[in-house]
Design a protein around this ligand. Structure first.
Ligand SMILES: [Mn+2]
Length: 238
């Protein structure tokens, strides 16, 4: 269905129809179907715009099944072309997501996967000239937040943002434990109205209005992790 001329709500309706048809209770949360610059709005749920050739489409949706929730995001090209800027940012988000998934391991502290995603994104944005400065300083000052302004993931289960202790009373991070399920969902969003902070570079028009997120649901096992949503493709062809 992802082609020019289709409305966001048509895709939402088809997806939610399939949720019910396959035995789910319905959406786990309001489905986000965001084309073009709507993808830069984190909780966009209007879903009333038409898909245009050359845009990206971001879908963040999941069903509730037997009271347990899924939470998946994929970003697809609309039509047959993808700009080099879209592809470069897509590949950077994917690289950050894969680096973060590697850090979902029993006994690694809960912040390790976010740190992995953040570092990958900052290194990539510096290479592209979208951020400027020493990588470690940029990480310390959380400069990724200009383009990646949310956490890398959350516990998932009976609630979409499930309960769980992240930090000990002494502020050290809790380690992952077998049986935990977390989302891993880094993103890059370059708002059409992006204004660089003092000392940071201006961003060319060709980068603006691109929003990309890739999200999987990951189970911590005794020996590592299992990506529960691995059947949903996330590597761009060609
Ligand atoms: Mn999520």
């Amino acid at each position: 269905m992802i082609r020019p001329g289709v409305y966001e709500y048509e895709i939402q309706a088809k997806m939610e129809h399939i949720f019910r048809r396959e035995g789910a209770m319905g959406p786990a949360y309001p489905s986000i179907v965001a084309t073009g610059e709507n993808a830069c709005v984190l909780h966009y749920i209007e879903n009333n715009q038409v898909l245009k050739d050359g845009d990206l489409l971001l879908i963040d949706a999941g069903c509730a099944y037997d009271y347990y929730n899924a939470d998946i995001t994929r970003t697809w090209p609309v039509g047959n072309r993808i700009s080099s800027e879209q592809r470069i940012l897509y590949d950077l988000v994917l690289q950050a997501q894969l680096a973060a998934i590697e850090k979902v391991q029993p006994n690694l502290p809960f912040n390790a996967f976010h740190d992995a995603a953040t570092r990958t994104i900052i290194v990539g944005l510096v290479d592209l000239g979208l951020l400027k400065g020493d990588v470690d300083t940029l990480i310390k000052e959380k400069k990724h937040k200009a383009f990646f302004m949310h956490g890398t993931g959350h516990f998932l289960g009976l609630d979409v943002h499930d309960a769980g202790l992240l930090r000990n009373p002494d502020k050290t991070w809790q380690p992952f434990a077998p049986g935990n399920v977390v989302t891993v969902e880094p993103g890059i969003y370059i708002s059409p109205d992006y204004e660089p902070e003092e000392g940071q570079p201006q961003v060319d028009q060709r980068w603006r209005g691109i929003g990309i997120r890739i999200e999987d649901d990951v189970l911590v096992t005794e020996t590592g992790h299992e990506v529960l949503t691995a059947a949903v493709p996330k590597v761009l062809n060609g």
